[in-house]
Write a new protein. Structure first.
Ligand code: ZN
Length: 329
């Protein structure tokens, strides 16, 4: 049996008002534009890697964010095969006796939606989630970014293998797989594709306010003196704006009339590809107060240790991984 480590890049509608989205958005939320994979045998040797570019059929305009991250453009993809043809090439490359491995469950969900939509008849092999095994072995709670796993296992980024290229990401994932203590235990973590859907409510409360950069937003009055939702007056931060995850910050602030407030900031991208943020200000309770104080202490400790020296706060590429529009989320 061979292990196929799979990674995809996909395009998204440029606008949820676009003709393409209105036509197919219910059953095709993202369109695959690159299949990348690495093939390993049971001795954990990498036998081959592959990159299959796919020319999108519906979302033909590559979203500016996707273009920036992947380097894939309409000009590059226009000569590529369409999805059914690309999948046929991929299946031939995979061979008969194989399983898929992915980092998290997003890729297999997007792949399954494309397979269903384009009526690709050959069923997908069973898929297992390496991220779940990794979290279990390393005793991490929640999800670990691939980059973090690479750092922890001392896997160096290679000069000619940039991230956000499906083949390179698959190759790095394969390196993580090989370095795990008992790689075959990944077969204990089968992952099922989840149904993707566009949710109006989610999209309305998503990123709304355009910002020039994360750094500038963090020192702007909107965040250093957030307005109280009750009286509208400027409040005073009583903690730092503490990074909680890529593009996410929390803080506590005090309104002189309404007491302690829980500040949540999320950075991301507006539909036109510009950076934006969503700010939420709510009355703090015992849990949120304790949470922010704990996070602040952890942050100060890690910062002293130098953990944040190489962190690029403007890099929001990981924000989306944990923000997939699943129907059951
Ligand atoms: Zn107030």
């Amino acid at each position: 049996m061979q292990y196929i480590v799979l990674d995809l890049e996909w395009n998204q509608p440029v606008s949820y008002q676009s003709a393409a989205f209105r036509k197919v958005g219910d059953s095709l939320l993202f369109e695959v534009i690159q299949i990348g994979a690495a093939k390993l045998n049971e001795r954990m040797e990498i036998l081959d890697t592959v990159s299959i570019p796919i020319c999108p059929t519906y979302y033909v305009t590559i979203h500016p964010r996707v273009k920036r991250m992947t380097g894939l453009s309409q000009e590059i993809l226009c000569d590529a095969p369409d999805f059914p043809e690309g999948m046929a090439q991929f299946a031939d490359w995979c061979g008969e006796d194989c399983v898929f491995l992915t980092w998290g469950g997003d890729d297999v969900s997007v792949l399954q939606q494309n397979v269903d939509f384009f009526r690709v008849e050959r069923p997908l092999p069973k898929t297992y989630d390496l991220q779940q095994l990794y979290s279990k072995v390393m005793k991490h709670s929640g999800q670990t970014a691939l980059k973090t796993a690479m750092e922890e296992l001392q896997i160096e980024e290679e000069e000619d293998r940039a991230f956000h290229n499906a083949m390179h990401d698959a190759y790095y994932t394969a390196q993580v797989f090989r370095k795990m203590p008992e790689p075959p235990r990944v077969l204990e973590h089968e992952v099922q594709p989840r149904k993707l859907c566009h949710n109006e409510r989610r999209s309305r409360f998503r990123i709304t306010d355009a910002v020039p950069s994360v750094a500038q937003a963090l020192v702007s009055e909107q965040l250093t003196a957030p307005r109280c939702p009750t009286c509208g007056q400027a409040t005073r931060l009583v903690t730092e704006l503490v990074p909680q995850a890529a593009g996410k910050y929390v803080a506590l602030s005090r309104c002189q009339h309404h007491g302690l407030l829980f500040i949540k900031v999320r950075f991301g991208f507006l539909p036109d590809g510009q950076k934006g943020m969503h700010l939420s200000v709510l009355p703090a309770n015992k849990q949120t107060r304790a949470y922010v104080h704990t996070k602040e202490l952890q942050y100060q400790f890690k910062r002293k240790r130098g953990d944040y020296e190489s962190v690029d706060i403007e890099d929001l590429s990981d924000v989306f991984g944990s923000n997939m529009p699943f129907e059951d989320a």
